[in-house]
Design a protein around this ligand. Structure first.
Ligand code: FAD
Length: 401
C-alpha cells in the first residue's frame, strides 16, 4: 500500500508517523511543496513551540475552539492533550506546563520538537519529499487516488491532505472541485489596530486582567492580559476576541468599536463603592501621586489625561462628574479599531474544508473514498495556548488509523 501525506507541517508529520507505525508494510510519503518542513513548528510559541495545553479533559479542551468544538470533542476521545504529552515524553522530550496552562518542551526550544518528529520519520523509513507541489487530486475507478505531483501522475491507495490554512478561497479549488464544501477562509488570532497616539505611545505596557467588549456584539467579550503595542493592542485578551469574533469582525471589515475594561476585577457597583471610599481615605493626596488601583503609573497618567483631571487635583476635590469619568475609564474605555494585524503573532485560518464533509471517526472525506484530512486545512481552529497544534496532533493521529 502507498500512503501519500500532502504537507510537511505538524499534522502531516503526525499523520505520516502513525500511518507508518500502523501499517509497517506501507510505503509512506510526505510530500512538501517548499524546501522546508515543520516551518510553523519552528517559529511557533516565539521559537519555544507551545505544543499543547494542560487541559486534558475532552469536553473542557474542546471549548477552546471557536470552530470545531463539537467535532473535536469526539476526536479528543481518541487522542487528547495528555496523549500528546505522553507521546513526546515516551520519545525523550520532557514537556513542562506554565502557570497559564500552556505546555512547552522543557528545553524552551521548538527545535526539540522538530528533532523528535524528524527522528521518528527517519526511524520509520518515511519518504520525505521536499520542493514537491501537489497540484490536483483525482479519485480513480478502483478507489485509489491519483495525485498530480509537479508534472507527473502518481497513484496512492490512501491520501491524507494536511496542507494547512489557506488565506484565500482559491487555495481550496482543488478540493472544492471534488464536491467538498469550503467555509470561506478569514484570519483568526490577530491584533487590533487603533490610531490613538496617546494610547500607542504607552507601547510595551501591559495589564494582567483586562476585558474587551465589542460594541453591538453582546456575546463578543473576552478577558485576560492586554498589551499595548506601537500599532494598537495585543495580548491574549485581544487574540481571544479576534478568534471568537473572526467571522463577525471580518464582516465588519475590521472597523468596529470596543470597550476596554482596564480593571476587570471589579463590578461597576464594587468599583463605585471603592472609588468613593478612596476619595475619603486619600483626601489630601494629589490624584497623580496616589493611584489606588495598582495600575502601572504610565497608564494612570494616561487615565488622568483622558478624563481631563488636572494632575495636581486632590482626591477630596474630585467632583461627582470626574469620579464618574474615572469609573468609566477604568471599566468602559472606548476605542475605534481601524484594522487588524498579524505582526509577529501566532495566526491561524478560520474556515476551510467543512466538517460536514468529514467523518470524525476516521477524518475521511464523505465525498471521496480513501481521502482524509488533518490539521488546519479543516474548518477547525483554536484560541492561543497550544490548542491549534493539539488539533493537528489529534486529527493527524485519527486520519492515520
Ligand atoms: C507565527 C505562528 C506561531 C504559532 N504558534 C503556535 C503555538 O505556539 N501553538 C499552537 O498550538 N499553534 C501555533 N500556531 C498555529 C499552528 O502553527 C498551526 O495551527 C499548525 O502549524 C497547523 O499545522 P498544519 O500541519 O495543519 O499546517 P501547516 O503547519 O501550515 O503545514 C502545511 C504544510 O503544507 C504544505 N503545503 C501546502 N500546500 C501544499 C501542496 N499543494 N503540496 C505540498 N505541500 C503543500 C505547506 O508548505 C506547509 O508546509 C502558530 C502559527 C503561527 C503562524
Amino acid at each position: 500500500m502507498k500512503i501519500g501525506v500532502i504537507g510537511g507541517g505538524a499534522a502531516g508529520f503526525f499523520a505520516a508517523i502513525h500511518s507508518a507505525e500502523n501499517n509497517p508494510d506501507a510505503e509512506v510519503h510526505i510530500i512538501e511543496k517548499t524546501s522546508k518542513v515543520l516551518g510553523k513548528v519552528k517559529i511557533s510559541g516565539g521559537g519555544r513551540c507551545n505544543v499543547t495545553n494542560v487541559i486534558f479533559q475532552p469536553v473542557q479542551l474542546s471549548k477552546h475552539y471557536p470552530r470545531g468544538e463539537k467535532f473535536l470533542k469526539k476526536a479528543f476521545g481518541h487522542f487528547n492533550s495528555q496523549d500528546t504529552v505522553k507521546w513526546f515524553e515516551d520519545r525523550g522530550v520532557k514537556i513542562k506546563a506554565e502557570e497559564d496552562g500552556r505546555m512547552f518542551p522543557d528545553t524552551d526550544d521548538s527545535q526539540t520538537i522538530i528533532d523528535c518528529l524528524m527522528n521518528e520519520v527517519r526511524r520509520l523509513g518515511i519518504n520525505l519529499r521536499y520542493s514537491t507541489n501537489v497540484k490536483s487530486l483525482t479519485s480513480l475507478e478502483d478507489e485509489s487516488i491519483g495525485l498530480e505531483i509537479e508534472d507527473n501522475q502518481e497513484v496512492f491507495q490512501k491520501v491524507i491532505v494536511c496542507t494547512g490554512g489557506q488565506p484565500k478561497i482559491d487555495g481550496f479549488n482543488w478540493l472544492k472541485s471534488l464536491g467538498h464544501k469550503i467555509e470561506n477562509p478569514v484570519p483568526s488570532l490577530f491584533t487590533f489596530k487603533i490610531n490613538h497616539k496617546p494610547l500607542t505611545s504607552l507601547m510595551g505596557l501591559s495589564v494582567p486582567n483586562a476585558k474587551i467588549r465589542v460594541i453591538g456584539e453582546k456575546k463578543l467579550q473576552e478577558e485576560g492580559p492586554l498589551l499595548i503595542t506601537h500599532w494598537g493592542i495585543s495580548g491574549p485578551v485581544v487574540l481571544r476576541t479576534s478568534a471568537w469574533g473572526a467571522r463577525i469582525l471580518s464582516d465588519k471589515n475590521y472597523q468596529f468599536s470596543i470597550l476596554v475594561s482596564w480593571l476587570n476585577d471589579y463590578t461597576e457597583e464594587e468599583l463605585r463603592q471603592y472609588v468613593y471610599e478612596q476619595k475619603e481615605v486619600l483626601k489630601k493626596k494629589q490624584i497623580k501621586n496616589k493611584n489606588p488601583f495598582q495600575l502601572p503609573q504610565r497608564l494612570w497618567d494616561y487615565c488622568l489625561q483622558r478624563i481631563e483631571v488636572p494632575e495636581t487635583k486632590l482626591w477630596l476635590d474630585l467632583s461627582k462628574k470626574e469620579l464618574n469619568k474615572l469609573i468609566n475609564f477604568l471599566l468602559s474605555d472606548q476605542y475605534d479599531v481601524v484594522g487588524q494585524t498579524k505582526f509577529k503573532e501566532e495566526f491561524v485560518t478560520c474556515g476551510g474544508v467543512s466538517l460536514t464533509d468529514i467523518d470524525v471517526k476516521t477524518m475521511e472525506s464523505k465525498k471521496v473514498k480513501n481521502l482524509h484530512f488533518a490539521g488546519e486545512i479543516m474548518d477547525v481552529d483554536g484560541i492561543t495556548g497550544g490548542f491549534n497544534f493539539q488539533a493537528a496532533w489529534t486529527t493527524g493521529f485519527i486520519a492515520s488509523k
